[in-house]
Design a protein around this ligand. Structure first.
Ligand code: CU
Length: 154
């Protein structure tokens, strides 16, 4: 008997390494789609990076309070809530994955360099903030919608 592979986990199966987007939502980057849809089939791009998957990092609004202690951030519905956080040096960010898909927290610039392991529903990842600066990060499976900004202040 063969294993059935549920399509909903297509985003986060590392073995396939096809990236995110092979789901049935329409605007994801699909690297290996047979041309069942009309339109121009784009040539296979090895990196799989396309403009419409580029994260757009929001900035915390000027009125956003400075958090301290443990700051909770949720991965929910393939998005991040809140996707902008302002926090004090010394506080700890705690991401909780509320989605069934595996996710990760990967820095994309700024003074912090980190990459969490993939973690599934109900699991968390914590990051202690030890220096000021602006962190941009993403979940590498859904960078277009799962990206965020942390402003770390003294
Ligand atoms: Cu994700």
């Amino acid at each position: 008997m063969r294993r059935a592979i549920p399509i909903v986990i297509a985003c986060c199966v590392p073995l396939l390494a096809a990236g995110c987007g092979s789901s049935n939502s329409s605007s994801g980057s699909t690297t290996a789609v047979t041309s069942t849809t009309s339109g121009t089939p784009s040539p296979a791009s090895p990196g799989g990076l396309k403009a419409d998957t580029a994260p757009k990092y929001a900035s915390p609004s000027p009125s956003e309070p400075v958090h301290s202690g443990t700051v909770q951030i949720a991965f929910r519905n393939i998005a991040i809530d809140p996707d902008t956080v302002r926090a004090k040096v010394g506080s700890t960010l705690k991401w909780l994955n509320e989605d069934p898909e595996k996710c990760n927290v990967t820095s994309e610039g700024g003074p912090y360099k980190f990459k969490s392991p993939d973690f599934g529903e109900g699991a968390t990842f914590e990051l202690k903030l030890d220096k000021p600066g602006t962190i941009h990060y993403e979940c590498t499976y859904y960078p277009a919608t799962m990206n965020g900004t942390i402003e770390v202040v003294e």
